[in-house]
Design a protein around this ligand. Structure first.
Ligand SMILES: NC(=O)c1ccc[n+]([C@@H]2O[C@H](COP(=O)([O-])OP(=O)(O)OC[C@H]3O[C@@H](n4cnc5c(N)ncnc54)[C@H](OP(=O)(O)O)[C@@H]3O)[C@@H](O)[C@H]2O)c1
Length: 296
């Protein structure tokens, strides 16, 4: 059993982490009123009082488009706060586990991204997350930075829940077919964390940046289609779903530019920690079976 401070317990990954960690570990999970990432004093006070062996930071500014208008806030949460957390973790000789993103890359690589590929974020969100990664590494604290992407769960807002809603409301949906990634369930990230924590103190010696993603890759259009096909099968309702039409990222400009390729090479976390995620479709089907349990 480890004493763990979990920051961001209300987020997609944070909620799943709290569920799996609490039965087995001594978990302290402050809400935003107790630990606000914009308030350095609250970060320092909570970590000093809790004196955890491990701090897991699953909190962040995650609104990719809004970040373009709220750059200072995004940088405060994603760039400055991780620096302060890392400084505190170093002071108590703890381990910091921090979530980052494949959006630190520009998406132009022909093939999956490795952890040590040169970052080149396209937008404010990616730049702010990269600043956080760099600050943690520079702090010298023991750290595990997990680069994840295309996260979904049954809670908050994400691509899967949006597709399930819009596909029932509309006859047709245009979905980009030129963005490729690996849809990854927040629940699978939490299971991976349990695997890492089994290593106990040895985890501290594995300090570094790790990609963490579901096996396989798909386009956003294929992801949407898998969600709808799964929902049809799990709900037993085959009519009344939108038809999907392919479109391009260029034809659908958003405030923040998106990297077209966010596929991660997860060989490092497999080799070093023995962590292997399920194929992306398996986790989507699992989530949908939970959403439509009556028909199963
Ligand atoms: N979602 C994705 O597709 C994705 C992709 C790549 C990387 N990531 C990374 O994965 C991690 C988790 O993402 P997620 O999707 O699980 O996040 P999320 O669902 O958007 O949740 C964000 C969390 O941060 C908390 N938070 C926001 N502002 C805060 C503040 N000022 N002080 C304290 N807490 C604050 C939120 O608390 P409230 O409930 O109070 O708002 C919430 O607990 C993040 O580091 C994110 O950058 C996510």
């Amino acid at each position: 059993m480890s004493r763990i401070l979990l920051i961001g317990k209300t987020g997609q990954i944070g909620q799943e982490l709290e569920c799996v960690l609490t039965p087995l570990h001594d978990v302290i999970a402050p809400d935003r009123a107790q630990l606000d990432l914009t308030n350095a004093d609250s970060i320092r006070r909570v970590i000093a009082e809790a004196r955890p062996e491990i701090v897991i930071n699953a909190a962040a500014y995650t609104q990719v488009d809004a970040a373009e208008k709220e750059a200072a806030l995004a940088m405060q949460l994603n760039g400055v706060a991780p620096d302060i957390i890392a400084e505190c973790v170093k002071k108590i000789d703890g381990l910091l586990v921090h979530y980052s993103t494949l959006f630190v890359f520009d998406g132009t690589k022909n093939g999956p991204y490795l952890e040590n590929d040169a970052p080149n974020p396209l937008g404010t969100y990616g730049r702010s997350k990269l600043a956080g990664d760099e600050a943690i590494v520079a702090s010298g604290c023991s750290h595990i930075i997990l680069r994840v992407n295309w996260i979904y769960s049954v809670r908050r807002s994400n691509f899967v829940l949006t597709m399930l809603k819009l596909a029932r409301e509309r006859a047709s949906l245009n979905i980009v077919a030129d963005q490729v990634g690996s849809p990854t369930a927040a629940a699978a990230c939490a299971t991976a964390m349990m695997g890492m924590l089994h290593k106990g103190r040895a985890l501290r010696d594995l300090t570094g940046i790790y990609n963490l993603a579901a096996q396989g890759q798909c386009t956003r259009l294929e992801w949407a289609q898998a969600v709808i096909d799964g929902a049809k099968a799990c709900s037993g309702r085959y009519d009344g779903w939108a038809e999907l039409q392919p479109t391009t990222t260029a034809a659908n400009p958003q405030p923040a530019a998106r990297p077209l390729n966010t596929v991660a090479d997860c060989g490092k976390i497999r080799r070093v920690m023995g962590i292997e995620m399920a194929p992306w479709k398996t986790s989507i089907e699992k989530l949908l079976r939970g959403l439509y349990p009556v028909s199963m």
